[in-house]
Design a protein around this ligand. Sequence first.
Ligand SMILES: O=C[C@H](O)COP(=O)(O)O
Length: 249
Amino acid sequence: MRKKLAAGNWKMNGTAAALEEVTALAGAHPRPVADILICPPATLIDRMATVAKGTAIALGGQDCHAAHTGAHTGDIAAHMLADAGATHVILGHSERRTDHGETDADVRAKTLAALDAGLVAVVCVGETEGQRDAGETLNVIGTQLAGSLPDEGVTGATVVVAYEPVWAIGTGRVPTIEQIAEVHDFMRAELAKRFGDVAEGIRLLYGGSVKPANAAEIFATSNVDGALVGGASLKAVDFSAIISALEVA
Ligand SMILES: O=C[C@H](O)COP(=O)(O)O
């Protein structure tokens, strides 16, 4: 039985004042049934770790470099995220793939670095609107999955996969339940082909305009084990409602 996961990706939002949202969220979910993860900007991880200490909230980075150390100005190594208090890291988000030209090979190298540092890798895949319109969705997802995940070290405890259709991110547009189910069932089958029984333990998250109002329906969908939430994770009241929907799904 896979434990549900509500993951919040704060993206490039939040300064010290936002730490009060974590306090409020922890207060609302003292003994959550689902796992709760917040991935703030790197500048907040250390301070958020202090606030989240003793609560059920885990913390993650939003990216890491594939190397352990070196001349990589502006980058952060996976073990540095762990040192700051992170237990997870989001990798291959479409905003990284688009804004920074990250390839599947880059994501795979970063995933290996994350696993090496003891972090859970939340690996993102998703098609653009053009790719969906062209009927390429499953091909794109299959290629991204194959290229972004390493051969070694992938288990239900080390890797989470997030399906985020690019056209649904921050747009208020959400795929139909049938479309979400089709991709999640496909991902489960692809993972099973490659990793065998281990695939059954790998959590698959949906991401893209998840809100309190649509969360319950999405969480009732086949092979959806939780969500990667952007905008609606910034305010405790919204994220809390999504977590509650997940816990009754
Ligand atoms: O990582 C989160 C996703 O990009 C979803 O963002 P959103 O919930 O603001 O659409």
